[in-house]
Write a protein that binds this ligand. Sequence first.
Ligand code: AMP
Ligand code: ZN
Ligand code: FE
Ligand code: FE
Length: 277
Amino acid sequence: MMEFRADLHCHSTCSDGSLSPEDLVKHAAEVGLKGLSITDHDTTSAYATAMPAAKKIGLEVIPGVEFSSSHQGESIHILGYAFDPAHPSILALSERHASRRGSRNQEILNRLAKLGMPVSDEDLKLEVQGIAHTIGRPHIAKAMVKKGYVESIQEAFKKYLGEGRLAYVPGTAFSVEETIQTIHEANGLAVIAHPHLIDNSDVLQKLLEMDFNGIECYYGNFAEDQNSRWLKIAKKKGWLATGGSDFHGDVKPAIPLGRSWVGEETFRILQEHYKSQ
Ligand code: AMP
Ligand code: ZN
Ligand code: FE
Ligand code: FE
């Protein structure tokens, strides 16, 4: 039998993944995972259907989320784990994100229209599968591909939607501190997502002084030698060393579910935390 593996970072159609929560849970079991956390951007709405689906097939699931935040103008993603996915503090922050995204998406569409690439609200809705609560740049990128403005999602980001590009709008941002506080209010654990992607060493230093409970040491396609730096930091700080693939399905086809994972020991720590509430 394969060793116990749990992927603690993936996205469903509730944000910008291409599998529904039920299909994501089934896919996890198919690829041999024993544990999973679905960490949609800024929403926990996957759990209403993911939990019953996981129970049915015997996959162990711990609630999670990936909140967008910002520090000194740098975009920072924060993972939250092992809380009640319907906790009022979590739902309130999700609502604030939905509202800021509504205005930001509109501004992006305005810019695209000025660039001669109109994408209507209806075009955007067609890219939203199921009950997506979090609509963002990946959905806009897909609409742009469909309209024939670009060849691929990658090209859409590279030319127009990526940071600093022609149609980029930063939008309102919430601080790292308030995001950690919200996760803690819900009795969850706050984890720095993919530190591998943080280029600004000053910002990274500031994050390492904050009230996190863990850091995502194993991530996506990153190799062992690139993870060791983060494992050392986790050890030094007494933080949890978490990990996951950041699987999105079609949006990021190069990364399969289960590409990065944690073993049973880490998974049980999170599970105990969840059950103790
Ligand atoms: P948003 O939350 O609307 O700012 O969109 C950010 C999301 O867009 C990220 O979490 C990724 O899933 C996706 N993304 C960012 N850059 C790229 C890229 N170059 N290619 C494909 N997806 C991207
Ligand atoms: Zn995403
Ligand atoms: Fe992220
Ligand atoms: Fe992610």
